[in-house]
Design a binder for this molecule. Sequence first.
Ligand code: PGA
Length: 248
Amino acid sequence: MPERKQLVAGNWKMNGRRADGIALARAIAERAGGRHACDLLVCPPFTLLASIGEVLGGEALAGSAVSLGGQDCHAAPAGAFTGSISAEMLRDAGCSHVILGHSERRHGLGETDADVRAKAAAAWRAGLVAIVCIGETRAEREAGSAVAVVTAQLAGSLPENAEAQRLVIAYEPVWAIGTGLVPTNADIADIHRAIRSHIPSGTRVLYGGSVNPKNAAEILGLPDVDGALVGGASLKAEDFWAIAAACR
Ligand code: PGA
């Protein structure tokens, strides 16, 4: 099996006005300069997708060194869904990827596995790669049920026709997101190994949760870790770059 190229993805969350976002995307794209040892992706808020798509290469985005992703989508292609964005709209704005089932949506907005599964099917219908997020809470980890929780989330969140080239899994322990806390290397390795036995061979599995320039080399050096989903540290070009530079 060909080695899985690592992917470093920036999840900007609800951060960035036009000027900041464009400056950040420009700084990242300039450093990327056409190619890099790992794949790079930025996921800005919806309002910035079109302008950042232009910064990253406009029409030529598909061949750009930095790809563009959305942070969520609706399951339907279009219709009376006030405030929502469809996978087809993301694609039209130049996206190649979409983050789905982030814990801030599962735990903050009540998204279920079934919602995530419907959105993943929508992403594939629109030709996007679905980055499906899973992860246990602190209570679930302390109860020893982390593996059971993430494998149940996988079973519930993935459509049946999952294929490696259009799926990325992001393992993000809820208690590690934005807290500065990170699981031990052994715990990351255990979960990634468990995940791998439930997904198509060749699917990339990212780690996310408090990845920063200091811990990136260690985390990205773990054998089953195929990249990182980065929140806070993706908002500074030099930090995002330092993480990308730590890829195997
Ligand atoms: P963090 O967020 O890097 O700020 O912990 C990661 C994420 O939520 O994707």
